[in-house]
Design a protein around this ligand. Sequence first.
Ligand SMILES: *Cc1c(COP(=O)(O)O)cnc(C)c1O
Length: 421
Amino acid sequence: MSENQGPSGPREGAPGGEGRELAARARQLDAEDVLGVLRDRFVLDDTVYLDGNSLGALPRAVPGRIADVIAREWGELRIRSWTESGWWTAPERVGDKIAPLIGAAPGRVVVGDSTSVNIFKAVVGGVRMAGKGCTEILVDAATFPTDGYIARSAARMTGLAVRPVEPAGIAEEVTERTALALVNHVDYRTGELNDLPGITTALHSAGALAVWDLCHSAGALPVGLDAHHVDLAVGCTYKYLNGGPGAPAYLYVRESLQERFESPLPGWNSHTDPFAMDAAYAPADGILRGRVGTPDILSLLALEAALEAWDGVAVEDVRAKSLALTDLFLECVAAYVPAGRVRPVTPLDHRRRGSQVSLVCSGAGEVMDELIRRGVVGDFRHPDVLRFGFTPLYTSFADVERAAWMLGEVLGAPGASGAGG
Ligand SMILES: *Cc1c(COP(=O)(O)O)cnc(C)c1O
C-alpha cells in the first residue's frame, strides 16, 4: 500500500512532505518489528482497529477450538469432559497461563467470574486479612466505576469507610488505619500508568495491603506482581488478552497470603473436597480458594485458546513496541491534526504511559462516529475523550500513521464532522 492510501482506499489529499516522511517511517518500523508476524494469529481486516483495550480482536486459534469443545467435548463426551477434557481444573490451568504475563509464578492466579466479582473477593478478602484497628479503604479517585461501587459495598459490609485518593498521593494519605488501597494500574480514561512498585511499597510501610486492578495493563506491559510483592490483584481477559466478550477475569493472591485468604464467596468449587458435598465449609489450599461455583467452560476454553497467541512472546518486547506505537501516534497527530483541535491527556513520560492515547477533543462523540465510518475504530469516553488503544500483538505502525492521518482529515476538512470548533 502506498503512502497515499487511506484505511479504505486512496487518500484524497495526499499528505505533503512531512506526511510522506511519517508514512515511510511507519513502513520502516513495521519492517523491523519483531512482533509483526503475530498479526497473522488474529482475524483482522483492513479496518484500523484501535479498540483492543475495550474488546481484543479474535485470535485465529479460538473458532476451531470452540467448535471442538462444543461438538466433541460437550456433544460426545458430555459429563466425562469434566475429568477427561480437563474442564474441572481449567480455572487454575488457565490462571497459570496468564501468570507469566503478569509476573506471577504458577499457583497464584485463578480464572473465573467477572472482574467486578473478583474485585469483591479481593477487597473483602483483603479487609479480613488487615489489622483489627483498620477503619478505611482507599480507592483510586479516578477509578473505573465498578471498582468504586464494589469497594463501597464491601466497606459497608465490613464496617469500614471508603476514602477516594489520587494514586500519586497514596504515600502521603495512607495511615495505620488503612486496611488496603484499590488502585487501577492504568487509568482507563487517560492511559496514565500508576507507579505500582512505589505505591505498593508505600502501602506496605504503613501496614496496608495493595490491591491492583490490571484491566488496562495486563497484556500490554510488564506488571511484576511477585517481584513487587503485590498482595492481591484482579484483571479482565477480554481487553489486551483477547479472550472474547465476557471472558472470565482472574484473581491473584500473593503466595504468603493464600493461607489467610478467606473468600467472601466460598462456593463449593473452592472447597477442599467438593464432591464430599459436606455441609461444613473447609477451604481448599492455595489459589483454589478464589474459585466460587461451576466455571463458564465455553468462555474459559476460548480464553485458553486465545492465550496461544502469546506463545514465544516476551512481555518486554510487547512493552517496547507499545511505547513505539504510542510515540508514533502522538507524533503523527501533532503533524496531521490542525493546531488546537485535540489535546493529549496521556503522559508523554514513558514511565507513566500505558498502551493507549487519549485525546481531549470538543465534540469527541461525533468525531469518533465519523472516524469509525471511515474505518478507524477507537472509542469515546464521556464527556470529551477520544481513546485509541494499541495492542502490540496486532497493531502495525502503518495502522497508527493511517489513524492519525484520518483524524486530521475528520478534524480538518470543513464540514467533515458535526463537531464544529
Ligand atoms: C474493563 C474494566 C473493568 C470491567 O469489569 P467487568 O466486571 O469485566 O465488567 C473493571 N475495572 C477496570 C479498571 C476496567 O478497565
